[in-house]
Design a protein around this ligand. Structure first.
Ligand SMILES: *[C@@H]1O[C@H](CO)[C@@H](O)[C@H](O)[C@H]1NC(C)=O
Ligand SMILES: *[C@@H]1O[C@H](CO)[C@@H](O)[C@H](O)[C@H]1NC(C)=O
Ligand SMILES: *[C@@H]1O[C@H](CO)[C@@H](O)[C@H](O)[C@H]1NC(C)=O
Length: 250
């Protein structure tokens, strides 16, 4: 497949390049550009495909020169499209895919060349993730039983716990769960935290999709009147030293 593409490229001197936004959110618009050098030849057609389905073509000989085809999730705004660009409106989760531009020269050569790039479309509401299980009092050193769950999103957000601003990387303190499917194919990510409770503990959970982030912070309350044995205090200290050391190593 790749070899075939390279060979194709070689034959036609590969004079086409595309710019496709790598990351968009549902409801956004997107402008895709296709740049080409005909080396003195005349343009016959520019065709755009999403996952091999043609959705737009520009042929200078036709009146009007532009034509859009109905493809699920691909709404072309013809007024803002031309030979070298195509403007898409109202992106949906079905707009994600591989976008390819194919440029052909006029007779006699009819040489064509193409370039392609992937566009991811996400849905990431403004709400931060939710933390459950922090509402009760914890005894010092008691393992936390808290979960962080993202809002319904697509794709499933990555989750990260922070204790007092430091990322938790120690796997034994984390409890990953498989993403849950919500309505409309949206996904909820959940990550549990089982680190031992310490005084003045600030927990943050960060959800991210690509460059976008949402965060939530809570404070863990320690039951100061609960009796603490020397042993469990030592364990807490050792564990938190371990976490710090582990983070320094990374
Ligand atoms: C495109 O432009 C025409 C004429 O200016 C206008 O009537 C039409 O509503 C426009 N279409 C869109 C999708 O903006
Ligand atoms: C954490 O999430 C898991 C999976 O959804 C659930 O089984 C568990 O009861 C949750 N725990 C808390 C403290 O919410
Ligand atoms: C705090 O700890 C003490 C001693 O273990 C216990 O009697 C008390 O019920 C705890 N308070 C709460 C609110 O859990």
């Amino acid at each position: 497949m790749l070899l075939a593409a390279l060979f194709w490229c070689f034959l036609s001197y590969c004079k086409v390049s595309v710019t496709v936004p790598t990351f968009k959110q549902r409801g956004d618009s997107a402008t895709l550009t296709c740049d080409f050098d005909l080396e003195g030849g005349k343009l016959y057609s520019v065709k755009w495909y999403r996952d091999n389905e043609e959705f737009y073509r520009y042929m200078p000989k036709l009146r009007p020169p532009q034509h859009a085809h109905l493809v699920d999730g691909v709404k072309v705004d013809l007024n803002k499209s031309s030979a070298r660009r195509v403007h898409l409106r109202d992106l949906t989760l079905r707009s994600r895919g591989l976008y390819r531009c194919e440029v052909s020269k006029e007779a006699p050569s009819f040489h064509s060349a193409q370039a392609e790039a992937f566009m991811e479309v996400s849905y990431f509401p403004r709400e931060g993730p939710l933390i459950h299980g922090h509402e009760r009092l914890y005894a010092p050193g008691e393992p936390l039983n808290v979960n962080c769950s993202s809002a319904c999103s697509f794709p499933a957000p990555d989750l990260q716990w922070l204790i007092n601003g430091q990322k938790v990387t120690e796997k034994s303190l984390l409890q990953p769960y498989a993403p849950e499917v919500a309505s409309q194919g949206l996904l909820v990510s959940t990550l549990g935290l089982r680190a031992p409770a310490t005084p003045h503990m600030q927990l943050s959970c960060m959800a991210s999709i690509g460059p976008h982030r949402r965060e939530r912070t809570v404070i863990i309350e320690i039951n100061s009147s609960s009796t603490t044995s020397a042993f469990s205090l030592t364990m807490v200290t050792l564990l938190s030293i371990n976490i710090k050391l582990y983070e320094k190593l990374l």
